[in-house]
Each structure stands twice: as structure tokens, then as C-alpha cells.
Design a protein. Structure first.
Length: 535
């Protein structure tokens, strides 16, 4: 839920929320009484949730909050991290509502989603470049599943959404779910799982709150899931698809993933964890027990086996950490990932830049004596383009596979969207937000710089002085307001593109390249309404 999750995390920084939750394993488990507190008087002295084990054990039935989101994009798609909503030009709506039930150890949540997209055509990749450039563009489309436009007409679909049926005992939970999951400490993005794509069906064994031991607290999740390709050809220019695109097989991908997060007992506020994913098309999966749980295979290629390449397995490994200091009302965090097995530990240590992506960020709250309001500053840097190491490791400047792509497993995606990073294949983004906070109310601005598809640019244009990188600069106004049980959250973002789609305009020369620099707008409004109170 937008607004609410941010508010809970902010309360942890203020020291109001005493839970040892790392916020690196989401969604956060909330009971109806927690919802009541969230929609109640969210002033500085309120504790949202965390240690009320009595309320967590109670049986209950409750209608979950209604969420309705509307967005509009002009000229081109922009925005990510919006779940089942797809990259879209024009209007798009998302609606979610359902119920939550707990009876003894049984937990049922039914919270389906309905999405409608206007899905207008727009100025995408023109394909009027040389065959070498077009082939480079399709390399990332054929080794991933990231269509420009999701069909050629308005679309709509109904999905199970944030639903699950599980058994809960103490800090643990097991069952089947279609909830979106988020791994890692990121606020705007994540390297493994985030809220960027439609959720997928999976079996899960996870903690629902930190499990305390004599060494400290642990959180974790083990999942087995099913991912689907979109089946949509990537470019709006259909002639290009016929020439360069590798068609889909129609098979689904088998996913196995594991994350473990640890908070040392002796260092309050420190969290670090690891996450690993394995995916491959089901027709290539073996029938041994280890084929169903490949996350427990060896990390080293020398032990894992070179023969596994023929099975089309794709793995990603991330390591992350978060340090929270309530006295300073601040946090810093990082996430570092690698998407290719190292030959051995020596190669991994000597060549850490290979096939890597990283994310770093912070959040700081300021209180001023003359005001009851809080000022929030948060920022994040996501880099998923290949490092300079590509020049040494591969012939030429092209490099290998980028984050969330793979030659056989065809990208870490579900229905055409990345499960983790949302800004685009090989793209880098820097985000800064400055806001004034009063309870659940917020007024702020967001500044963003997006370097689009840097790996493609390096492969196609690095030696061409007439083509400059495609970079977006954007400024957004943020506005959240609560009226009792109703919360409205708005965002108005203006995006100025430079060298859009790497195209030139007007009198462009090698010495004075003139890119195509359009202005676009992205707007979103989230409505969250709490229906009734706990019974």
C-alpha cells in the first residue's frame, strides 16, 4: 500500500515503532487492529504495530482497504514499481479490494486486482538505424521479455493479486500465495523482487515477523513459483520483429528463490542478508530433488558444473545491508548483486565487477522545535549497467548479458516486466526526495535522473560521436492527504528527455549532434479507503 508502508518505516526511524523488522522482507504482516491504528491519529506519539502479540493471535474477519489508482502518461511510458500495472501511454486504472480472515493457525487473504489500460501507441524505437544497431537492440529484447507496448489496443485483466492461504505458527508461515514480494532494503527499487511486475503464484515458507534467537533475530523466505512470458513481440515496428526477434517457446519458467536476513543481537539497528534466485524453462528442468531446489547448489562454477549451461539455468545472487540509527532518525542501506556463477571463490574476489548491479540509498528525518512537522530527505542510486570490466572480459565494447537478461532463461521477468529493477534493461537511475510530513500527510518534490539502456548504447553507439546517451531529467510534485478513513496520494511528474531513442533532429553533425528532446508528463493518484473498523 503506498503511503502506509512508507509511514511504518518512518516510525521505525523515529523510534516509535519498536519492532526489529528489517523492511528487507515485505509485505509487512498487518492485522485489522494495525489498520485501525494506521488510519487513526498518526501523530508522533502513536505506535503502529510491532510488539502487540495479543492482537496478532486474535481471530478476525475484516474487509481490507480499498485501493484505486489512476495514472496518465503522455508521449511515452514512464514510471515503475506499480505492480500489475504495465508500461502504458494514456490512461490506466488499478483497483484492489478483498477480505482478510484468521482462524486459529489458518490465514486467508483474498485481495484480487483489476487493471485497465488505454495502451495507446507512441514514438518508440524507430529501427531506421544500421542492421548492426538494430541487431544490438534486439539482443536485449530477445534475451529478455520487455515489450514496448502490451498489444495493439486497450487491455484489461483480472488477477488474484494480493491473495494467499497459509498456516501460521509463531513467527512462521507456510502456504500458497500470489502476493507481490519485496526483497532487500530499497525504497524505490530492488535488485531481486520489488513491486514492479504482476505477482506470480508461489509456494512459500517464510517468517511473518522477526524470529528471535540467542544470536539475534532472523527473517527469511523460501519460494517455489511459476513465471510467465508475455508472448508479445517487443517493437511496435512489426517489420523489425520479423527480422531480428527470437520467438517465444510458450513454456513457463520454474522459479526457486531464497533469502535470509540477520540482525545481530549486539548491534541494534544493523541488518544484513543474502538472496539467491534460480529460474529455467520447465521443459529443461530435471526431476531430482536438487532440480526442484537449485538455490542450495554450489556457488562456484567449478563445483556447480559447466554442463548446467545446457539446462538453461539462470541465477542471481545479492548481498544487502541496512543500518538504522533511531537517535539520528536516519538509515543507510545497500544491495550488491551478481548474475553469473564465478569460476571459484578466487575469481569472485579478484573480479567482483563482473555481471554486477548495485543499489545504495539513505533516509533522514529532521525535527524542528518551532514546528510539529517532520522533514524527510531520502535518496537512492540504482546502477545495473555493465561495468568497465566488460572491455577486458569480452571482445570489443559490447559486453555480455546485463542485469535481468539471460540467453536461455530469457530474463528475470513475469508477463513482460522485470521482477526487480523497473527503469529498463541496463538503465541507471538516481532519485532524491525532499518532503514535509505531518502524520500521513505529505508535501514534497522528487528529482530524478534516468540513463536509459546504457548497455545497449555502449554496444551500438559507443564509437559513434553523432549519437549521445538517452537521458531523462524529471521533477515531480508529491501530495498526500488523509481525511479520516480516506487517503489520497498524488504525483505530478514532468520528464524532459535528451536524445530520446538515440535519435537526431534537425541539422545534426558529428561535431554538433542535435538529439530529439521531447517533454512528457506522468501523473498518478492513489485512493486508499478503510471500510469500517475491527469487529
Amino acid at each position: 500500500m503506498p503511503v502506509l508502508e512508507e509511514a511504518i518505516r518512518r516510525q521505525q526511524l523515529q523510534g516509535i515503532l519498536t519492532s526489529s523488522n528489517s523492511f528487507a522482507l515485505r509485505p509487512v504482516e498487518l492485522s485489522p487492529s494495525n489498520w485501525d491504528m494506521l488510519f487513526g491519529s498518526m501523530n508522533h506519539s502513536d505506535s503502529v504495530f510491532g510488539t502487540d502479540k495479543t492482537s496478532q493471535r486474535k481471530n478476525y474477519f475484516s474487509v481490507t482497504p480499498l485501493r484505486h489508482t489512476g495514472t496518465v502518461n503522455t508521449r511515452r511510458p514512464y514510471g515503475w514499481g506499480n505492480g500489475a500495472m504495465v508500461p502504458n501511454v494514456g490512461m490506466q486504472t488499478y483497483t484492489q479490494i478483498g477480505f482478510s480472515l484468521k482462524a486459529s493457525i489458518l490465514r486467508i487473504q483474498f485481495s484480487p486486482e483489476f487493471i485497465w489500460s488505454q495502451n495507446k501507441s507512441y514514438h518508440g524505437f524507430a529501427g531506421d538505424f544500421s542492421p548492426g544497431v538494430n541487431r544490438a537492440r534486439y539482443r536485449y529484447w530477445s534475451f529478455g521479455d520487455y515489450p514496448e507496448r502490451f498489444g495493439d489496443k486497450p487491455t484489461s485483466f483480472f488477477w488474484w493479486g494480493q491473495s494467499k492461504v497459509t498456516l501460521q505458527a509463531g513467527a512462521f508461515e507456510a502456504g500458497v500465495s500470489t502476493e507481490n514480494i519485496w526483497w532487500g532494503p530499497g525504497q524505490f527499487s530492488a535488485l531481486t523482487f520489488s513491486g514492479n511486475a504482476r505477482s506470480f503464484p508461489h509456494f512459500t515458507l517464510n517468517t511473518r515477523r522477526p524470529a528471535k534467537t540467542f544470536l539475534g533475530s532472523f527473517e527469511g523466505q523460501l519460494i517455489v513459483g511459476r513465471l510467465e512470458d508475455s508472448g508479445i513481440e517487443p517493437a511496435q515496428n512489426q517489420g523489425l520483429n520479423d527480422s531480428y526477434f527470437f520467438p517465444f517457446s510458450g513454456d513457463y519458467k520454474y522459479l526457486n528463490a531464497l533469502t535470509i536476513i540477520y540482525q545481530p543481537k549486539w548491534i541494534k539497528g544493523l541488518y544484513f542478508g543474502v538472496a539467491r534466485t534460480h529460474q529455467q524453462y520447465s521443459e529443461k528442468k530435471g526431476e531430482k530433488i536438487i532440480d526442484y531446489l537449485p538455490v542450495f547448489e554450489a556457488f562456484q562454477k567449478s563445483k556447480y558444473g559447466f554442463d548446467k549451461d545446457n539446462e538453461g539455468r539462470d541465477q542471481q545472487l545479492t548481498f544487502f545491508g541496512r543500518m538504522m540509527v533511531p537517535k539520528a532518525q536516519a538509515e543507510i542501506y545497500f544491495e550488491l548483486g551478481r548474475r553469473d556463477h564465478a569460476l571459484n571463490w578466487r575469481e569472485a574476489i579478484l573480479n567482483p565487477e563482473h555481471a554486477r548491479a548495485y543499489l545504495i540509498g539513505f533516509q533522514k528525518l529532521f525535527n524542528f522545535v518551532s514546528s510539529d512537522k517532520i522533514y524527510q530527505v531520502r535518496a537512492e542510486v540504482l546502477n545495473q549497467s555493465e561495468s568497465i570490466n566488460r572491455i577486458i572480459r569480452y571482445a570489443g565494447l559490447g559486453g555480455g548479458y546485463t542485469w535481468h537478461t539471460h540467453g536461455q532463461a530469457r530474463g528475470f521477468t513475469n508477463y513482460g516486466e522485470a521482477l526487480g529493477t523497473g527503469p529498463g534493461v541496463g538503465s541507471n537511475v538516481q532519485t532524491l526526495e525532499i518532503s514535509q510530513i505531518d502524520g500521513l500527510n505529505k508535501r514534497g518534490i522528487l528529482i530524478e535522473r534516468l540513463e536509459n539502456h546504457k548497455d545497449f548504447y555502449n554496444r551500438a553507439f559507443a564509437r559513434n560521436p553523432e549519437r549521445l546517451p538517452w537521458v531523462d531529467f524529471s521533477l515531480a510534485v508529491l501530495w498526500d492527504q488523509q481525511w479520516n478513513n480516506l487517503i489520497l496520494s498524488g504525483k505530478a511528474q514532468f520528464i524532459k528527455s535528451y536524445n530520446y531513442q538515440w535519435e537526431n533532429e534537425g541539422l545534426s553533425t558529428a561535431d554538433f549532434p542535435a538529439g530529439y528532446n521531447p517533454l512528457a508528463f506522468y501523473g498518478s493518484v492513489n485512493l486508499i479507503y478503510r471500510i469500517g473498523r475491527t469487529k
